[in-house]
Design a protein around this ligand. Structure first.
Ligand code: GDP
Length: 365
C-alpha cells in the first residue's frame, strides 16, 4: 500500500516527505526503502502500542507502516511529456492514493511557478495533467477494442463505457465522480487504474502562525476546504517547515514543542493516520514479552488471512483466534483478568477482525 505525494514545484512536497521519513520507521528494518530515495517507509502513530507494551513489559515495539512516494516534478504540460512528465505520471499510476500538497503560505523568497498564491488554480493545474493522462489511456484502450466491438457485445459495451468516461473527463471532471450502477462497468473502470479515480487527501501547507486555529483565518485554506468538500476529500493543515523541525526532536521534546504551539498532535501524525484510513487499512495487535506489534490488514479481512500476515503457516494451519478488545484488556490490566471476566472470545475462520483487536492465534503446524 503506497501513497504518492504530488503537487506543483515549490509547494513543500520534499520538506513534507523528508519530515515524514525522518520521523518514520527504522529504515534498516525495511531494506526496500533504501533502494529508492523517493520512497519512505513511515510508522503509523498508535498510542495503544506503548500502553500494551507497558502491560506486557515487551522488549520491543513494532508499529504498522505505510509507504510514501515523493513524486516531484509534476508541472504544467507533464502529460505532453514536458519535463519528465510522463515518467512522473507513471509513478502516480502505481500508488493507491494521493496526498496532494497545496501551497497556502506566502513567502516572497520562495518563487511560485505561476507567480502568485492560488491553491485552487494549482489543484486544477495538477488535475488537468492527470485528466489528460487518463484520457490518453482511455483513447488507447478504445483504439484497441473498437476493431473487435462490431461482433462482440461485451467489447461493444466496454467501448460505450470508455466513450462516456472520456466525455466526463473532457468536461474537466475527475473519474472519481463518474457514476455507474452497472457492476461490469465498475469493474472495467477499476481495471484502467485511472489517476483521477484515486482517493485524495489535500495537505494545505501554511505558515506557522496559521497552525493554532487550524488555518481558519487563512483564506487560501478556506478555499481548499470548500473545494475539497465538493470532491468529498479531507483537508489537513500542516506547516511543512515546522514538521521538519519537529521530526528532528525526540519524543519528549516533540511533546513540549507541540504544547508551545497549542497543539496536541503534529500535523504529520494526523496526516499519516488519515492516509491509513483512506487506504481502508486497520491494525490488529499482538502482545508479549518479546514484542508488541501492530499488523496491517484491509478492513473486512477474516481471521485466517489476518493470521497469514504474521506467517503463512498461521493461515494454513489456522484453528482459532483468541480475541480481546484492546481497551478491555487495558481496563483488566492482565490477559488472565480479561479471561476471567469473559472478555476473551474464541473466534473461528469466519470472524472479521476489527481495529484494536488483540489476538492470539492457535494453529496446527
Ligand atoms: P517541493 O518543490 O514542492 O518539493 O518544495 P520544497 O519542499 O523543496 O520547498 C520549497 C521551498 O519552500 C523550500 O525552500 C522550503 O524550505 C520552503 N517551504 C516548505 N514548506 C514551507 C512552509 O511551510 N513555510 C515556508 N515559509 N516555506 C516553506
Amino acid at each position: 500500500m503506497k501513497l504518492g505525494i504530488v503537487g506543483l514545484p515549490n509547494v513543500g512536497k520534499s520538506t513534507l516527505f523528508n519530515s515524514l521519513t525522518k520521523a518514520g520507521a527504522e529504515s534498516a528494518n525495511y531494506p526496500f526503502c533504501t533502494i529508492d530515495p523517493n520512497v519512505g517507509v513511515v510508522a503509523v502513530p498508535d498510542d495503544r502500542l506503548n500502553k500494551l507494551a507497558a502491560l506486557y513489559n515487551s522488549a520491543k515495539i513494532t508499529p504498522a507502516v505505510i509507504e510514501f512516494v515523493d513524486i516531484a516534478g509534476l508541472v504544467k504540460g507533464a502529460s505532453k511529456g514536458e519535463g519528465l512528465g510522463n515518467q512522473f505520471l507513471a509513478n502516480i499510476r502505481e500508488v493507491d492514493a494521493i496526498v496532494h500538497v497545496v501551497r497556502c503560505f506566502e513567502d516572497s523568497n520562495i518563487v511560485h511557478v505561476d507567480g502568485s498564491i492560488d491553491p485552487i488554480r494549482d489543484i486544477e493545474t495538477i488535475n488537468l495533467e492527470l485528466i489528460f493522462s487518463d484520457i490518453e489511456i482511455l483513447e488507447r484502450r478504445l483504439a484497441k477494442q473498437s476493431k473487435a466491438a462490431f461482433n462482440n457485445k461485451d467489447i461493444a459495451k466496454e467501448c460505450d463505457l470508455i466513450k462516456r468516461v472520456k466525455a466526463h473527463l473532457e468536461e474537466g471532471k475527475l473519474a472519481k465522480s463518474f457514476e455507474t450502477d452497472d457492476e461490469d462497468e465498475q469493474a472495467m473502470l477499476k481495471s484502467y487504474n485511472l489517476l483521477t479515480a484515486k482517493p485524495v487527501i489535500f495537505a494545505a501547507n501554511v505558515k506557522e502562525d496559521d497552525l493554532a486555529d487550524d488555518g481558519a483565518g487563512n483564506k487560501f485554506v478556506q478555499s481548499v476546504r470548500d473545494y475539497a468538500a465538493k470532491e468529498n476529500c479531507e483537508v489537513f493543515v500542516i506547516c511543512a517547515q515546522i514538521e521538519q523541525e519537529i521530526s528532528e526532536l525526540d519524543d519528549d521534546e516533540k511533546k513540549m514543542f507541540l504544547e508551545d504551539l497549542g497543539l496536541s498532535e503534529s500535523g504529520l501524525d494526523k496526516l499519516i493516520a488519515a492516509s491509513y484510513r483512506l487506504l481502508g487499512l486497520i491494525s490488529y495487535l499482538t502482545a508479549g514479552e518479546t514484542e508488541t506489534r501492530a499488523w496491517t490488514i484491509v478492513n473486512g479481512t477474516k481471521a485466517p488471512q489476518a493470521a497469514g500476515k504474521i506467517h503463512s503457516d498461521f493461515e494454513r494451519g489456522f484453528i482459532r483466534a483468541e480475541v480481546v478488545n484492546y481497551q478491555d484488556l487495558l481496563d483488566c490490566k492482565t490477559y488472565a483478568g480479561a479471561k476471567e471476566k469473559g472478555l476473551v472470545r474464541l473466534e473461528g475462520k469466519d470472524y472479521v477482525v476489527k481495529d484494536g483487536d488483540v489476538i492470539l492465534f492457535r494453529f496446527n503446524v
